[in-house]
Design a protein around this ligand. Structure first.
Ligand code: SAM
Length: 263
């Protein structure tokens, strides 16, 4: 019930990140990168909702002096690039200590992200590390070879569209643009794999911005993330909690940004 109440009181703020940050993406469709950009997820309403929500929450995002930002599934790299630019312009001291990481199964997304980051503004390449791979391969305690990847700011706009088992298998195998939307049964297959890992991806003061659509059953996903993250914690240890911070309806799809953080 507590979960449902939080969602009911959510108001749409429709606060927009300054156009300048997003508009530059249009300049990127150069001949040089045309081929790469045809194989990745093109920034869409969900991308801009994520950007708007992070922009609206920027003052809170910087409170714990973050030094690492990781975006899972960056696609074009527009979200990470915009976050970097917003910090550079508004919180220079925080920006100076920040490093940006991205992790995508699609190698073309890593390529596009690096290009977007370098082209959009004066951000040096040394500020970003693009990794091609799946979040499934990180933070697996039972596998010694699995690397740890912890971050202060975690961002993910996951593949959430329901699809058949065949389509899901194809996306997992090809790791191409289909991996951007194919969410399997109920649109939940990729999302469900992340649920038990959220806490491990976050530093003790970490914040996670997660885009979901109501058809995925946001209440169930949120509850599952909170329960998994807080299981076995001692009373005085910080607990993960959440707040739905922005929502928007696009072509009948109700998209929501949930912010997870420790209190
Ligand atoms: C909906 S797109 C979002 C792209 C971009 N963040 C945006 O908002 O425009 C989802 C992205 O997640 C990537 N992806 C899918 N499964 C993944 C996984 N297991 N690990 C890492 N990235 C994944 C896809 O390749 C795609 O780039």
């Amino acid at each position: 019930m507590e979960y449902l109440k939080a969602f009911r009181t959510l108001e749409c703020t429709y606060e927009k990140a300054p156009e300048i940050f997003c508009a530059k993406y249009d300049q990127l469709r150069s001949e040089e990168m045309k081929e790469v950009y045809s194989q990745i997820y093109k920034p869409s309403d969900d991308t801009y909702l994520l950007i708007d929500a992070i922009y609206a929450d920027l003052d809170n995002l910087v409170k714990s002096s973050p030094s690492r930002c990781l975006e899972i599934g960056p696609g074009s790299g527009l979200v990470t690039t915009t976050v970097a630019l917003l910090l550079q312009k508004n919180y220079e001291e925080v920006y100076k200590n920040m490093k940006f990481y991205t992790l995508d199964v699609n190698e073309k997304a890593s390529e596009a992200t690096l290009f977007t980051f370098a082209q959009c503004n004066d951000l040096p390449e040394s500020k970003i590390e693009t990794i091609t791979g799946s979040f499934n391969d990180y933070n697996n305690k039972e596998d010694e070879k699995s690397p740890d990847l912890q971050t202060d700011i975690l961002i993910f706009n996951p593949p959430y569209v329901p699809c058949t088992d065949e389509e899901m298998e194809e996306a997992l195998e090809k790791k191409d643009v289909s991996a951007a939307w194919a969410g399997g049964y109920g649109g939940r297959e990729v999302i469900d794999k992340l649920i038990p890992k959220v806490r491990d991806f976050l530093s003790p003061t970490g914040i996670f911005y997660f885009l979901l659509i109501e058809d995925n059953d946001i209440y169930d996903i949120t509850k599952s993330i909170i329960e998994a993250a807080n299981e076995g914690l001692l009373e005085d240890q910080p607990k993960l909690t959440f707040e739905p911070i922005m929502k928007r309806e696009c072509l009948g799809e109700r998209q929501v940004i949930i912010k997870f953080y420790f209190e």
